[in-house]
Design a protein around this ligand. Structure first.
Ligand code: COA
Length: 256
């Protein structure tokens, strides 16, 4: 699996090449890594799929950041280092905030965006923010209790818990600080890219209301709702999730 040096940090990414000039770049959420995107999506045919580990996460080196803007800088530097154009950006949760931030910068390489389990404001419950530094393990349990929907299977939840514990308190705290300070409620209408908003009806961390707000303020945005999907909806419902994204990439508008 490839690594690229971006501003002196080794950034890991998974890559699936297709005979296409279309690029899909996947940005994971707080405390996650590229495996928070379903394998099926990472191997989607008909598009070149890149899924990065943000610095300080997964197999990347470097250090985590504490603001969405800083993570957006890293993402732009990755796109530039890889010389990518014709990019669809998909972001989950914190990743979705990074994508919104980039969309507001109107880079010429960006063509459309996919916002998954995210919002234009991402306030974090104080019990999570404070608890990450004072009682990391209990707080990870708290987050995992809310992160999955009713159909998530036990081994998926356990893997999620293990991944968070491995990322460590400082990096996850920085990620949640970035979320907590993120608020573009007043600017969201400036986003002018074709947009798909994906949400799960059982998402407790970023409720459907947040996605409806995005959809009603971004001109022409489509919403795709995953019944019983929790915050980690991509892994919980990989077929449905990948199907929706695949249809959007092909220009369909039928998300029912
Ligand atoms: N889109 C649309 N509406 C939003 C929104 C968004 N992104 N973010 C907040 N709002 C709404 C809220 O629903 C609330 O509406 P209401 O007054 O009609 O109930 C209002 O704006 C104020 O919300 P908020 O700024 O979040 O403050 P709060 O004091 O109501 O709640 C939290 C703060 C952190 C407790 C709450 O946001 C929460 O429980 N979040 C989910 C848990 C979490 O930590 N998620 C992590 C996200 S990464």
């Amino acid at each position: 699996m490839p690594l690229i040096k971006v501003d002196n940090e080794n950034i890991f990414f998974s890559f699936n090449k297709s005979e296409s000039d279309q690029n899909l770049l996947l940005i994971h959420g707080s405390g996650g890594d590229h495996t928070h995107w379903p394998e099926k999506l990472r191997n989607l045919a008909g598009v070149n799929v890149y899924a990065i580990d943000l610095p300080g996460h997964g197999q990347s080196g470097g250090h985590g950041r504490r603001s969405v803007d800083d993570y957006a800088d890293v993402t732009e530097a990755f796109v530039s280092a890889m010389n990518l154009s014709n990019v669809t950006l998909a972001g989950h949760s914190l990743g979705g905030a990074i994508v919104q931030c980039l969309a507001l910068r109107h880079p010429e390489w960006l063509v459309r965006i996919i916002l998954v389990g995210t919002g234009a404001r991402l306030r974090v419950a104080p019990a999570i923010l404070d608890g990450l530094l004072s009682d990391f393990k209990t707080t990870v349990d708290l987050v995992c209790d809310d992160a999955f929907g009713p159909t998530a299977w036990e081994s998926l939840i356990q893997a999620g818990r293990k991944g968070f514990l491995k990322t460590g308190p400082e990096v996850i705290h920085g990620d949640y600080m970035a979320c907590d300070q993120f608020d573009i409620m007043e600017r969201i209408g400036e986003i002018a890219f074709p947009t798909l908003v994906v949400c799960g009806t059982a998402d407790k961390l970023t409720p459907v209301k947040y996605s409806k707000y995005l959809c009603s303020h971004i001109s022409g945005a489509e919403i795709a709702v995953i019944e019983d999907g929790g915050h980690i909806m991509g892994l919980e419902k990989p077929d449905e999730f990948t199907g929706m994204i695949s249809r959007f990439l092909k220009g369909h508008k039928d998300f029912g």
